[in-house]
Design a protein around this ligand. Structure first.
Ligand SMILES: [Zn+2]
Length: 397
């Protein structure tokens, strides 16, 4: 049966001005038509959902997620839990993410192939949550950042090729590689230290691209970022300390910046238990948005993710406005259309256009006036299936 959604305005995600008094006509999983009320004719028997004074926009795409862990707590401790406990955590986080308007997510590293099981459960309909593109086990170097979380280290081009191929065989949609250090918890390393050589990163890129998979590199900055860009990595994650030359090279090579500011800027976390993290956090805070502003100036494609700050995608989009110098419309477009295109899902999601999946959300306040309005989420639809955001997380701590 067809459904007609009416709202105060519809932001279609293409970057075009909002459609005042806009409607979206949905049939099954897909959008049939989007436009002004007078332009769209619904067949008789169409169910009408009147969202009154709310704003409708495409479902958000979290480009950097990890379902098993929660960045608001001690990740190292969390990842030492048994597989079953981690899998249960992942189901909780998936609900929180969908309830916050994330209809699609790229998971960029999970242990024990939890993301493979999650994706299968979604397909079977035994779970709800964001649809996912999964990286399975990331590539991490011996002694490098990321090994702490139980990932298997791979060194040298041959081992890297083998793990990348095994990941693809297990169902990886993309390959994730940690090319620089990072600042998390007890496993803190120098964020600007590089761990892989050019040829090691190139080996990962060769295998991935041979299988039509993209490569995502954890790269805070330093040589790890430079080598990754030079090796043809598709997305640079975090990138807080990218230099002008590296951003120029990204513009030239078409590499995408996936920014993650929430972890460092969200005020609602008590960091006192993590003394080693505080210093790093303050350092990143001091350069917040710098790479995004420079990326924008150079025409580097930019999008964003929460890095397992579940439920806070609205905050990350806000960071792009407050710190990255994007307009609210540009930030919404980055988290919807651009993200979908970078995922290779541009034909199916990211904008509200005829033929695409009906992935849409509604917020009661106007995000074009104040981007913080994305937190006033009232309605979620994923591929035509309607969810009450409150009910999704009811009874969850
Ligand atoms: Zn991450």
């Amino acid at each position: 049966m067809a459904t007609l959604i009416r709202a105060k305005q519809v932001i279609d995600g293409t970057g075009a001005p909002a459609i005042a008094g806009g409607v979206v006509l949905v049939d099954g999983e897909r959008i049939v038509q989007v436009g002004k009320r007078s332009e769209v004719t619904a067949p008789s028997g169409t169910e009408v959902i009147d969202l009154g004074g709310w704003t409708v926009l495409p479902g958000l795409i979290d480009m950097h997620g990890h379902l098993a862990k929660n960045a608001m707590g001690n990740e190292d401790e969390q990842l030492r839990q048994p597989d079953a406990a981690l899998a249960l955590q992942a189901t909780r986080h998936a609900r929180i993410c969908l309830a916050s308007g994330v209809t699609t997510m790229r998971t960029v590293g999970e242990i024990h192939f939890i993301d493979v099981a999650y994706k299968r459960a979604l397909a079977e309909g035994t779970m709800v949550g964001p649809r996912v593109l999964i990286a399975t086990r990331p590539l991490v170097a011996t002694g490098g950042y990321g090994v702490f979380s139980g990932f298997v280290a791979a060194d040298g081009p041959e081992e890297i090729r083998k793990v990348a191929r095994a990941n693809i065989k297990a169902g990886a949609d993309l390959i994730k590689i940690f090319t620089s250090g990072g600042g998390a918890y007890t496993a803190r390393t120098n964020p600007l230290q590089h761990y892989y050589s050019r040829e090691e990163i190139r080996a990962a890129v060769e295998v991935a691209h041979a299988h039509a998979r993209k490569v995502s590199a954890h790269a805070i900055g330093g040589l790890g970022a430079r080598y990754a860009i030079e090796a043809g990595v598709d997305t640079i994650e975090h990138g807080h300390f990218l230099t002008d030359e590296e951003l120029d090279l990204m513009a030239e090579r078409g590499s995408v910046l996936v920014s993650t500011m929430t972890l460092h800027l969200y005020p609602g976390i008590d960091w006192s238990a993590y003394p080693t993290l505080q210093e790093y956090r303050a350092l990143v805070e001091s350069v917040a948005g710098r790479s995004v502003r420079k990326a924008k100036a150079r025409g580097v494609t930019y999008t964003m993710g929460t890095d397992s700050m579940h439920g806070l995608m609205w905050f990350e989009v806000g960071c792009a406005v407050r710190h990255g110098g994007l307009s609210p419309m540009e930030a919404i477009t980055a988290a919807t259309r651009t993200a979908a295109e970078v995922c290779g899902l541009g034909r199916d999601t990211g904008t509200l256009e005829a033929g695409k999946w009906a992935d849409l959300i509604a917020v009661s306040d106007d995000p074009l006036e104040d981007i913080g309005a994305l937190s006033s989420l009232r309605f979620v639809m994923q591929a035509g299936r309607r969810y009450d955001p409150k009910a999704l997380v009811e009874h969850l701590a």
